[in-house]
Design a protein around this ligand. Structure first.
Ligand SMILES: [Zn+2]
Length: 429
């Protein structure tokens, strides 16, 4: 039995939480008995759930493993992550998703829910064994070719039809491939000045519009990964106004960073640390994404944690890999972009980083409110802390963060997975 003393649930009045046998047994004042942990007035949130994590295992264990990636997740306050399918081999069969699921059970510092590929080998030619992955021990409900777009409209329609049988969802990486061939950054004023091939907003928006129409046509669930433009927000708002079952995510970096960092930043020009897919966009896009996350047009924050080894990232811009690590800074960036600006309170953060992602992924034991009888998945967060981001202190195997040297608000103090601490005093247990 553990009693966590002096925490503020969703930023409310001080309270104590008694945890017994993995469950929140009691919430009240002056609780005692068992092992006592001083919460120090931290904000208590339901354990965070990430719908979009790249754990890289199997195949790229030099970048991340299930063990290091879930350590990174726990340090970021996460109690569950969805592991994207673009591994090697690709998670496109029951065998591979069960392998990832078993690695999670054995080495995970949080729950690991494999995402299944939509098409065989992510090649966009033939549907993968969606039903077999859904029926496997991993019980896959989220399917995505993330990293690539399911650009064939017939395949996308079939996938949306297929997942209805088991209440699954297709999570689309919306990128029209022909419109983004050779693209290096956002298409706009800055790309024009730098002479880099641009990545037009329409390449994202056209796919989102098409997929919303397809999902409505077949009556299925669509989830839009990493929305990055103001125009995408307008399309999703329209689809929701029709009552269609469309959800969407935004990454922390798209809520904070803009494309002019490619030209001028604290770490110089053309620094590939800012190279990411979809690309960083403009200040107007950032403002639209923040407003959409606040008003519920965008449902959740998902990290798109994309670890890369140094040799793939610290090279010339055109050759560098796309992506940023994000699990250990997500909550701080959301505090900076959404809480400090008055756009969200802690209850709003809990909805968007725990309850709703768990619901989209159909996870039963995650994302529940901190109430008596709920599984004790709890994140304790000190929003008054200020931390200079030091990548060498990350639990992730990779260091490719755009926030190095920046001072961000907040610090994850502790994380509990079904009552068992995975992080205490900011350190892995
Ligand atoms: Zn993606």
């Amino acid at each position: 039995m553990i009693v966590v003393k002096n925490v503020r649930i969703l930023g409310g009045e001080p309270a104590d939480i008694r945890i017994d046998q993995g469950v929140i047994a009691e919430i009240g004042q002056g609780l005692s008995g068992g092992e006592e942990i001083d919460g120090g007035g931290a904000v208590a949130l339901p354990g965070l759930v990430d719908l979009h994590t790249h754990l890289r295992e199997p195949g790229r264990e030099d970048a991340e493993t299930v063990q290091t990636g879930t350590r990174s997740a726990a340090r970021g306050g996460y109690t569950a992550v969805h592991a994207m399918a673009n591994t090697s081999p690709v998670a496109d069969t029951a065998g591979v998703v069960e392998q990832v699921w078993r690695l999670g059970r054995e080495f995970g510092h949080c729950d690991v829910h494999p995402v299944g590929a939509v098409t065989v080998g992510l090649e966009g030619r033939q549907l993968a064994e969606l039903g077999a992955m859904a029926d496997s021990a991993a019980r896959v409900r989220v399917f995505s070719d993330d990293g690539r777009c399911v650009d064939d409209a017939v395949l996308m329609r079939r996938a949306l039809e297929y997942v209805k049988a088991f209440d699954g969802v297709v999570a689309q990486h919306a990128q029209e491939p022909r419109l983004t061939q050779g693209a290096q950054m956002n298409e706009g004023v800055v790309s024009g000045r730098l002479g880099l091939n641009g990545w037009p907003a329409v390449a994202e928006e056209a796919i989102i519009a098409r997929d919303c129409l397809l999902a409505a046509h077949v009556g299925s669930r669509l989830h839009v990964c990493h929305v990055s433009t103001a125009g995408s927000v307008e399309i999703i708002r329209w689809a929701k106004s029709k009552g269609w079952d469309v959800t969407a995510e935004v990454t922390p970096h798209h809520l904070l960073l803009t494309d002019d960092l490619v030209e001028d930043s604290p770490v110089g020009a053309y620094n590939p640390i800012y190279k990411v897919n979809p690309p960083l966009r403009t200040r107007a896009d950032v403002e639209a994404l923040r407003a959409a996350l606040a008003d519920g047009t965008i449902d959740i924050v998902a990290t798109d944690h994309a670890p890369h080894p140094v040799e793939d990232k610290e090279t010339e811009w055109s050759a560098a890999a796309m992506g940023m690590v994000g699990l250990e800074t997500a909550l701080s960036v959301v505090q900076e972009a959404m809480v400090e600006t008055g756009l969200l309170d802690w209850a709003g953060v809990a909805q968007r980083m725990s309850a709703v992602p768990a619901r989209i992924g159909r996870l039963s034991g995650q994302g529940q409110p901190l109430e008596e009888g709920a599984p004790a998945n709890i994140t304790l967060y000190d929003p008054s802390a200020r931390t200079e981001v030091d990548p060498s202190a990350f639990a992730s195997k990779s260091r490719n963060t755009p926030y190095e040297g920046m001072t961000l608000p907040g610090r994850v103090v502790a994380t509990f997975l079904r009552g068992r601490p995975t992080v205490l005093e900011g350190k892995l247990v």
